[in-house]
Design a binder for this molecule. Structure first.
Ligand code: THU
Length: 138
């Protein structure tokens, strides 16, 4: 079951993600990505990808948004829904690294909406990263 936002909210979140992608710093890949997070406190935070000449230091849009959310609202932030968009007209589901980082702060049933190969898809976070929120250190 997907929760965290109704269809209208998800569309609004997609629009914010698209807008965030306009700020993309992607001179190397030219792949312009935006992400928008709906938090359980009702706030919305966006991010975009920020690349680097040392390619591996690139920060994806999803992680940029997450770091911004924690910086603004503190370590207790919880993510209720995520939207990802790109301005290149192709698929961009959150990468594996972003899924793992989101897992730390996201509700397992949070809706994640993203451009897939065929159409815009919405999946729950636990479908995207099974058991992702279960890892605990003792
Ligand atoms: N990128 C994201 O920002 N998010 C994704 O979900 C996929 C990839 C960025 C990283 C890099 O700047 C560019 O897209 C190409 O991989």
């Amino acid at each position: 079951m997907k929760t965290g936002a109704n269809q209208q909210e998800l569309e609004r979140l997609m629009e914010l993600a698209r807008k965030a992608a306009e700020n993309s710093y992607s001179p190397y890949s030219k792949f312009r990505v935006g992400a928008a997070l709906r938090l359980t406190n009702g706030e919305t935070v966006t991010g975009t990808n920020v690349e680097n000449v040392s390619y591996g230091l690139t920060i994806c849009a999803e992680r940029a948004a997450l770091v911004r959310a924690v910086s603004q609202f503190g370590p207790g932030v919880r993510i209720a829904a995520v939207a990802v968009a790109n301005l290149n007209g192709t698929a961009s589901p959150p990468c594996g690294a972003c899924r793992q980082v989101l897992a730390e702060f996201i509700e397992p049933e949070a809706a994640v909406v993203f451009p897939a190969a065929d159409a815009t898809r919405t999946m729950s976070f636990s479908e995207l990263l099974p058991l992702g929120t279960e890892m605990k250190l003792k």
